[in-house]
Design a protein. Structure first.
Length: 342
């Protein structure tokens, strides 16, 4: 396979693993919660104590970190194995990839570390927001706790809850419960991520003009939350796996040119639109085929955002989340010869 095919396969394979790792991390947090401790803290109005009782910390996301690290490691290994870092007529250079090299260590320590910290903080903030909202609506401590960690099903596992969701998603779950409790079923039907298997239940309640039972409201809200959690995991998987692999492409090149003493200015980068999606980002379509000279030279988007590459974590979410673009990289041997470098 070509380098591009190999990297796309790495994204696909590891993307599924990253999604499962996120799901496993959240499931572990939920299953480890001692509900009584959370309720006791909430009964005393101690939100910080209730948060602490859930044991949400970065170590809980160790499987997620490991899965993203594996994608980055395999990407870098593919880049150095399938890229020629010596002049066309010269003996092929031997370049080896090692995730303990300084370039890789910086990514794993700084960029990936920041990502894991953000996921952890999002999880804590969603729980905190749910507690504050629960108090404001007069919900009891037990109901608030269950709204956060989910309810135990017939299989013995917790489902529903807001752990693992980001801020907007946690608000969506609150909205869903509020619509169901108030009988605003039209609003429920506009929730695009609702579990449509329950539409008949909603439509019947609308026809009969009867409120849903508490058990029905809990069940519908739980299913809605579960769907948002899967969406969250899939989004993290697509975004962070692509980011890791594209960064490994850049870092693999950096290791290779450093080994051979090739100045970074002789690396050419080309933005390639990934396609897919019903509404492709116009700026990314426009950028496709655009080239820059220099490993550290940014692409300049139409809105003047500088991007070192697709998925650049320094870029805004509108350019990063769920992006499928890639960067093609090559060494400009003709320019090096003209300049007398080789």
């Amino acid at each position: 396979m070509t380098l591009e095919q190999t990297l796309e396969q790495i994204k696909k394979t590891h993307g599924a693993k990253v999604a499962r790792a996120f799901e496993a991390a959240i499931a572990d947090i939920k299953s480890s919660v001692v509900l009584r401790r959370v309720i006791d803290a909430l009964e005393n109005g101690n939100i910080d104590g209730a948060i602490a009782a859930m044991n949400i910390d970065e170590s809980a996301f160790a499987p997620l970190r490991a899965a993203i690290t594996a994608a980055y490691g395999d990407g870098g290994a593919a880049v150095v194995a399938l890229t020629r870092f010596s002049a066309p007529l010269a003996t092929k250079a031997v370049v080896r990839w090692d995730v303990t090299n300084p370039v890789a260590e910086r990514y794993l320590r700084e960029e990936l570390g920041t990502k894991i910290t953000r996921v952890t903080q999002d999880t804590i903030q969603a729980a905190r927001d749910a507690m504050v909202s629960g108090y404001s609506k007069g919900r009891g401590p037990r109901q608030i706790a269950l709204d956060i960690v989910g309810r135990v099903g017939a299989n013995g596992n917790r489902s529903g809850g807001v752990l693992g969701l980001n801020g907007p998603q946690e608000q969506y779950v609150r909205n869903m419960r509020s619509y169901l409790e108030s009988g605003d079923y039209n609003a429920v039907m506009r929730m695009s991520k609702r579990d449509k298997r329950f539409d008949k239940t909603i439509l019947k309640a609308m026809r009969d003009e009867k409120p849903l039972s508490k058990a029905q409201i809990d069940k519908l809200t739980q299913r809605y939350s579960d769907r948002l959690l899967k969406l969250r995991g899939d989004t993290i998987a697509r975004t962070e796996t692509a980011n890791a692999v594209e960064q490994s492409r850049v870092d693999g090149f950096r290791v290779g040119i450093d080994k051979e003493g090739i100045p970074a200015r002789y690396v050419n980068k080309e933005w390639l639109h990934g396609g897919g999606g019903m509404r492709p980002r116009e700026q990314h379509v426009y950028e496709s085929g655009q080239k820059v000279e220099g490993l550290d030279t940014p692409f300049i988007m139409q809105d003047m955002t500088p991007m070192q590459r697709p998925h650049d974590p320094a870029g805004p979410a509108k350019h990063v989340v769920n992006c499928t673009c890639t960067v093609l990289m090559s060494i400009d041997w003709p320019r090096m010869r003209r300049d007398g470098v080789v």
